[in-house]
Design a protein around this ligand. Structure first.
Ligand SMILES: Cc1ncc(COP(=O)(O)O)c(C=O)c1O
Length: 464
């Protein structure tokens, strides 16, 4: 009730007519500033939706910026504008764009030594697995080409290990294009396919149970059926704003999983921003498996999953009983674990996303969050800011939501469009999906200061 009132307050605070007029002005400015990006989009007639991947049409302004260069935390678009990049490829570039160590390692791998993919191991595989073991405290690792693949394959392995058919997710989570995960709770608490789910192969509620984040009673109730192989979840929701776990929530999750024989898989693809060992290390969590992708290879396609010794043993027992893990049994991919991806991951983990780099990134995220909070307080908005290590996000509601449904209810596409366009027109980019900003090792205080200025100016014009 309190939260609902806060939302009404913030809606009432923003003059919608003024918002629309300002957004119209920003759209016109965007159009005027970006003729080459627009021409690229309009001439891309052989691309579905006019872009290489359909999500790229999500940016505000009617067409995305084409980019020519990207280095560190900076992007140069086709019209020559240099932008501070807080979107960082929606985390794919959390290591920054083309860090020197990565460029050198890739040149050596592909140029000097040669060989991108051979279906043979290189020495980098064990190095990366050893480093991931050190960071995430899980002893067995395998590699994929994406976080989606890592999730899909671990779900297979979880079903193999437990002999159970179903999986569980949190409402409004996102784990890549994994069919079973597109389930949400509706207003009356019933599971249903997530709105917009593109032609699912089967109704995902037949494969999947769903509960709200931070609701231990519901989790216990749903898992008591003992037909769920694994709970696949992020340690904090990051794809519906950032929703942090309550204190001790994951202690309860672990206990319920143990009591019901359910495996706990933590998807650290985004929550890796919490520190060198992700949220697993930061919150001292004890998963049976971890999945990760995106940033590990500095943007070179890669992903990984780690297993506990016990889960690894159970998987191998399944192999002895006939599960085909080394050919066409449904886990694996020809290009996964290729030499290029492994070299990229080794370079990034050893020289770019280091402990020191995370300390720097988190400090800047503190400043970023401080600036946004100060502007929100100055204009007396009922908005909230949530930070997870190097990642920040603001939401048009206060206090910050505790679950996916509440966070989804606080979405405001109109405000997003205005704030995103206002930023891009003044050299600052945040993710096109909601309001996430991420720091990379190359992000500077000046970059963060610039965002603070632009954000404050955007609110100043909206709330004069
Ligand atoms: C938490 C999480 N897991 C997995 C994925 C899938 O990553 P990819 O699309 O690179 O496979 C995403 C993508 O946004 C994600 O946010």
């Amino acid at each position: 009730m309190e939260r609902a009132n806060a939302w009404v307050d913030s809606v009432n605070t923003v003059d919608r007519v003024r918002l629309e007029a300002l957004t119209e002005r920003e759209r016109a400015l965007y159009l005027e500033r970006n003729p080459r990006s627009r021409a690229l989009f309009e001439s891309s007639v052989n691309l579905v939706a006019g872009v290489p991947m359909t999500w790229m049409s999500k940016w505000a302004g009617g067409f995305p910026l084409g980019f020519s260069r990207a280095r560190g935390a900076s992007l140069t678009d086709l019209d020559g504008h240099e932008l501070v990049d807080f979107a960082l490829g929606d985390t794919g570039a959390m290591a920054g764009h083309s860090p020197e160590a990565l460029v050198a390692a890739l040149a050596e791998r592909v140029g000097s030594w040669g060989g991108v993919t051979t279906m043979l191991p290189t020495e980098d595989g064990q190095w990366v697995a050893g480093e991931l073991t050190r960071r995430f405290a899980l002893p067995r690792w395998s590699f994929t080409l994406s976080a989606t693949d890592a999730n899909r394959w671990v779900l297979r392995l979880a079903r193999l290990a437990t002999g159970r058919p179903r999986v569980m997710v949190f409402s409004y989570s996102y784990h890549g294009t994994v069919d079973e995960t597109f389930v949400v709770l509706d207003g009356s608490g019933r599971a249903r396919p997530r709105p917009g789910n593109v032609a699912p192969p089967v109704d995902p509620t037949t494969t999947t149970r769903v509960v709200e984040f931070n609701d231990l009673d519901a989790l216990e109730r749903e898992l008591s059926s003992r037909d769920v192989a694994a709970l696949l979840c992020e340690p904090a929701l990051t794809n519906i704003g950032i929703v942090l776990p309550d204190d001790d929530y994951f202690r309860g999750v672990r206990a319920i999983c143990d009591a019901t024989g359910t495996l706990l898989i933590l998807d650290e693809t985004h929550t890796f921003s919490a520190g060198p060992g992700g949220a697993t290390r930061r919150f001292d969590l004890r998963p049976d498996a971890v999945t990760i992708g995106k940033s590990l290879g500095g943007g070179v396609p890669c992903g990984a999953y780690g297993l506990s010794e016990e889960l690894n043993d159970r998987v191998l027992a399944g192999v002895l009983e006939g599960a085909d893990l080394d050919d066409v049994g449904g886990v694996g991919g020809t290009l996964a674990g290729n030499a290029l991806s492994l070299t990229a991951m080794r370079a990034v983990l050893s020289q770019v996303l280091t402990d020191d780099a995370f300390a720097h990134m988190e400090l800047l995220a503190d400043v970023f969050a401080h600036d946004v909070r100060a502007a929100i307080a100055n204009y007396e908005l009922s908005w909230s800011v949530v930070q997870l290590g190097a990642r920040c996000e603001y939401r048009y509601v206060a206090p910050a939501p505790r679950n996916g449904a509440d966070s989804a209810a606080a979405a405001d596409a109109r405000l997003d469009e205005y704030l995103h366009l206002y930023g891009v027109n003044r050299g600052v980019v945040i993710t096109p999906f909601h309001n996430m900003a991420l720091m990379c090792p190359a992000t500077t205080r000046e970059d963060v200061r610039r965002h603070g200025e632009v954000f404050t100016a955007a609110l100043g014009e909206l709330l004069p």
